[in-house]
Design a protein around this ligand. Structure first.
Ligand code: PA5
Length: 397
């Protein structure tokens, strides 16, 4: 269960009339959302698709000791964030899943190739467009290693491709080679694709999908909260708070804040508007960025994610998790004194169902915020500019 506090430490920082006029745009925003094509992520995933994910997973488990997932941006962050949040900190893999494709570091690549040389492995290359440079380079290098080690059917079954249903060079390769494959639906963009095979297949190796799925779709019940979140953050922006800091007190939620940064940064940063998303992990970052937040430029507001229940560790007669949350409350009060307003989202605990619901909530919030900013929250023309420039300078990869 998720609870929200969007006003206690916000109200004195926003213009009430502006907030009310944003709230009064609800019907307009909902109808834009309901009419938008790119909302395939609100539709239930088909049972056949889910069964296919589990079938291919079982095959991989039979012949491989490790899976390398290759993708970047929306074809990477969701599953990586969920895997990090829901896996134990130590001895954390039932089955080893390595995420690659997010760096051009040759040192990393060399060590990865060395590490895989003596392992029985498979790869899952994920790219909706099939043209992303980092993904292509990593894919071709790892495919080269697979081709040295395996041939025939044994090679084919180790290359699992997730891409557009019909378009792109990866789909063409699937058609020619017969690789196992999944599709990313046309009406789902990268950063909204958590409930597609792009993320569910990698997650299926170590995460209980059923609870995650049920939690995700129950996020629809939070539509009103997501709209209020969107209106609050846009009202804060209109009061000069143009940076949103996502704050977590759980180390394992760091990549969740990275996912949020992509979701909000790519969804609303266009046409000269948008809130710049940043994140801090506390209490670590209180000893670095905390100074700036407390006393620096007054452009920041914060969204704290509070976890109500966690493991019990007793220190000096006190529950360590309660200590963590008392620090969170104190920091919100201190930051308010420093003119930094904050919102709070409380999670009952970090588990599959809660995280699924939270992701859906944030995706609704990103879409609604985009419509309140009068921009299209589902495109990313700026990312395309850089990709095109790289393609022109590098040539065919
Ligand atoms: O959200 C997005 O659309 C982007 O971040 C893409 O996911 C990212 O650029 C990777 O694109 P692709 O899946 O086409 O390789």
């Amino acid at each position: 269960m998720i609870k929200f506090d969007f006003n206690t430490m916000v109200d004195s920082f926003i213009d009430k009339d502006n907030f009310n006029s944003l709230m009064s745009r609800k019907d307009e925003v909902y109808s834009k959302f309901n009419e938008a094509y790119m909302t395939g992520w609100t539709k239930p995933i088909e049972v056949e698709e889910l069964n296919e994910i589990l079938r291919v997973r079982d095959e991989v488990l039979e012949h491989s000791e490790c899976l390398v997932v290759i993708g970047i941006g929306g074809s990477f962050l969701g599953s990586y964030a969920v895997e990090k949040m829901l896996s134990p900190y130590f001895n954390n893999y039932n089955f080893e899943v390595i995420y690659a494709g997010t760096t051009l570091s040759s040192k990393y690549m060399n060590e990865l190739l060395d590490y895989l040389r003596d392992k029985d492995f498979s790869i899952n290359v994920i790219s909706k467009s099939g043209t992303t440079m980092e993904t292509t380079i990593t894919y071709k290098l790892l495919k080269g290693l697979l081709e040295e080690k395996y041939s025939g059917e044994d090679l084919v079954r180790r290359i699992i491709v997730t891409t557009d249903k019909v378009k792109g060079s990866l789909r063409q390769e699937v058609n020619e080679m017969g690789y196992p494959s999944f599709s990313i639906p046309d009406d789902v963009g990268g950063r909204y694709s958590i409930m597609t095979a792009a993320h569910l297949f990698p997650l299926s190796f170590n995460i209980e999908l059923e609870d995650f799925l049920n939690g995700y779709y129950s996020g629809e019940d939070l539509r009103e909260d997501a709209f209020r979140y969107a209106a609050t953050r846009v009202a804060l922006y209109n009061s000069g708070k143009v940076v949103e800091n996502y704050v977590t007190y759980e180390e394992n939620m760091y990549y969740f804040t990275e996912w949020l940064k992509q979701l909000y940064g790519e969804s609303e940063g266009k046409e000269g508007v948008g809130i710049f998303p940043v994140s801090t992990v506390h209490t670590r970052d209180l000893h670095s960025l905390g100074q700036f937040i407390q006393e620096g430029n007054k452009i920041i507001f914060e969204t704290f994610m509070k976890v109500e229940n966690s493991d019990e560790v007793i220190y000096n007669g006190k529950n360590l998790h309660e200590v963590n949350n008392i620090v969170l409350d104190s920091v919100r009060s201190a930051h308010k004194l420093g003119e930094v307003p904050s919102l709070e989202i409380s999670l009952e605990r970090v588990d599959e169902a809660t995280i699924g619901q939270l992701m859906y909530f944030y995706m609704l919030g990103a879409a609604f915020s985009g419509f309140l900013f009068n921009i299209d929250p589902f495109n990313q023309p700026g990312v395309e500019v850089y990709k095109k420039e790289v393609r022109e300078n590098l040539g065919v990869l």
